[in-house]
Design a protein around this ligand. Sequence first.
Ligand SMILES: Cc1ncc(COP(=O)(O)O)c(C=O)c1O
Length: 359
Amino acid sequence: MARPTTATIDLDAIRHNYRLAKQLAGESRALAVVKADAYGHGAVKVCHALVNEADGFAVAAIEEAIELREAGITSPILLLEGFFEANELNLIEHYDLSFVVHNSFQLESLAGYNGPAMFNVWLKIDIGMHRLGIPLNQALNALGRLLALRSVKNVVLMAHFACADELDNPITAEQLQLFLKTVNGRGLPLSLSNSAAILGWPQTHHDWIRPGLMLYGATPFESGQAQADKLKPAMHLNTEVIAVRTLTEGETVGYGASWRAERPSRIGTLAIGYADGYPRQMRSGAPILIEGQRTNIVGRVSMDMITVDLTDLPKATIGSSAELFGAALTAAELAPWANTIPYTLFTGITRRVHKVYSG
Ligand SMILES: Cc1ncc(COP(=O)(O)O)c(C=O)c1O
């Protein structure tokens, strides 16, 4: 029997979530963000599932784009961090990719390119995240240089918000105003919105939206939000109970004997651990579903196993199903138990977990 630790990925849910993003953003086009192997969901599979409707895809780096091209994806693909070395421009030309320009090295390299291609360039402007992007006061200069280059076919102006997941934080509206004030009147397409902005800040949508997390059905917000509540979780992480034992009051479980039974307890051991991507930081008390019923994990997460409290689930036994996260218990609900966010739960799932696709 194979180890029963499986991530089932519902491609219909991903299509549903992509459509929700498009519907919320009216006339905007949408790049489905599939970097980091589609946030751990399998980029090739996700792109094939969306290929008939997505306006394009976005990845972090050229290796991810080449994987998609070699799998037969012919849609537009944007490199969100552009190129790292000037000679990547030859590959960009060969694979027909669009790319971000976010610094003067990329701008100078592009100016030095003398091949035949004409590129679609997204000029990234730093509106306050201070991570990537041309500083606001240099943005128009950079734009002027880009537009003067023979190798530049189209330019999209883009920016990325720092706080769009905080719906009462005024920074998003301020950053939007800074951006619009700078680029106003240029007549070029604009792109600002990640998932949180798509769901929560309609005034940011403009010409191209860039949904990532929401495609996979997770909310970027800490609490409920009307649009985010319509998302369908795509990944269901499951395993089984592989051992059960009975403890008397006072006995302990796991490394460091960190959890002690306060009553006679039944403890189940499950075939998933931190080497599968279930975070070691997950605290005792984190929720889990056994045969659809809620209980919680106890003791430390080991490399290949976790332990759960089955005391109030007398029917649970070896072979009982366990859902770590999915629809009834979402990654967004679970993540804070490991002081993290659903992004890291998804991208942390390792190769050892069998991926099964539906839809
Ligand atoms: C530039 C850019 N746009 C869009 C996204 C998608 O963000 P999210 O997954 O929050 O929708 C990302 C992801 O980090 C990004 O870096």
